[in-house]
Design a binder for this molecule. Structure first.
Ligand SMILES: [Zn+2]
Length: 288
């Protein structure tokens, strides 16, 4: 009954036939103008699950991913429609990785099994960010993405310890580091000056030539390359002019931890438990 009421409220705040179509910009090399693919929401969801999660992951993890992807897509659709944009989402990791019109069977099954289900809080669909592996504890939306949302809080995970590359190191000589960061000279010192409440790095200070420079950790990661510095849960040590970052986790750390979801599913948890864990205070509603 409660869910039916929520769904009704949700429907009234959505444009007509919202459940049916979503417009995705699919970037193709050399294509001009950009290609916009219009497709049913659940086909899009299957394409995202296929692009974002290995087909070998347990079914309950795939379903959690499907609900997260559908919820996120709805938020973006509502935003785009309000702003009068001609498309809702891109197909890359800047939105959600959309693998195209031929999703793997596991992804298709997850989209169908959760058809019409979205996460809501306060009658609004949830901006359900997700990432690969948190490395032990998720990050708040505010620190990870500048998104201060009540359901993007830091929660313990402990289910993603077997994720490939969950522990990593990156070594860079001072000159190389200076160049990668866009500085005129080599980095001679690098110090972490602030942490976020989840223990990730928030700010660093660097010595470049005679100057001391401060950088946010998000800026540092962006300049070094998102995949080169896989997360902000790191320590850094200098020896012989070489800086070594030792860290854990992959991605920004906010919302659903994909490898953690797989771990929870293997322990017998269902997709509702998984979603409740990574997005505290949210509820599942059936939109159509
Ligand atoms: Zn995790």
């Amino acid at each position: 009954m409660r869910h039916r009421l929520l769904a009704l409220l949700l429907l009234t705040s959505l444009p007509a036939r919202a459940e049916e179509l979503i417009r995705v910009v699919v970037e193709r090399t050399g294509a001009s103008p950009r290609l916009v693919e219009e497709l049913p929401l659940d086909d899009y969801v299957a394409g995202v699950v296929s692009g974002e999660m290995p087909a070998s992951f347990p079914a309950e993890a795939q379903k959690a991913q499907a609900v997260a992807a559908r919820s996120y897509a709805l938020v973006k659709k509502i935003e785009a429609d309000r702003a009068g944009r001609s498309f809702h989402l891109g197909a890359s990791a800047l939105s959600q990785v959309y693998a195209g019109a031929a999703p793997n069977p596991a992804a298709r099954a997850a989209a169908e099994a959760t058809r019409g289900e979205v996460l809501v809080q306060g009658h609004e669909p949830v901006e359900a960010f997700f990432h690969s592996a948190c490395g032990g504890r998720t990050e708040r939306g505010l620190e990870a993405l500048g998104r201060d949302l009540p359901y993007l809080v830091s929660v313990p995970c402990g289910h993603c310890n077997d994720a490939p590359g969950v522990r990593w190191t990156l070594s860079r000589a001072g000159a190389e580091l200076g160049k990668a960061l866009g500085f005129p000279g080599p980095v001679t010192a690098l110090e972490v000056t602030a942490h976020t409440p989840s223990g990730r790095v928030a700010r660093v200070e660097l010595q470049v030539g005679g100057r001391r420079l401060g950088l946010t950790a998000v800026d540092l990661r962006q300049r070094l390359g998102w995949s080169k510095l896989p997360s902000l849960a790191f320590e850094v040590k200098a020896r012989g002019g070489v800086f070594t970052f030792t860290g854990r986790g992959q991605g920004h750390g906010a919302g659903l931890c994909q490898w953690g979801a797989a771990g929870m599913a293997r322990e017998g948890k269902g997709y509702r438990d998984i979603l409740r864990h990574y997005y505290p205070g949210t509820e599942l509603a059936r939109l159509y």
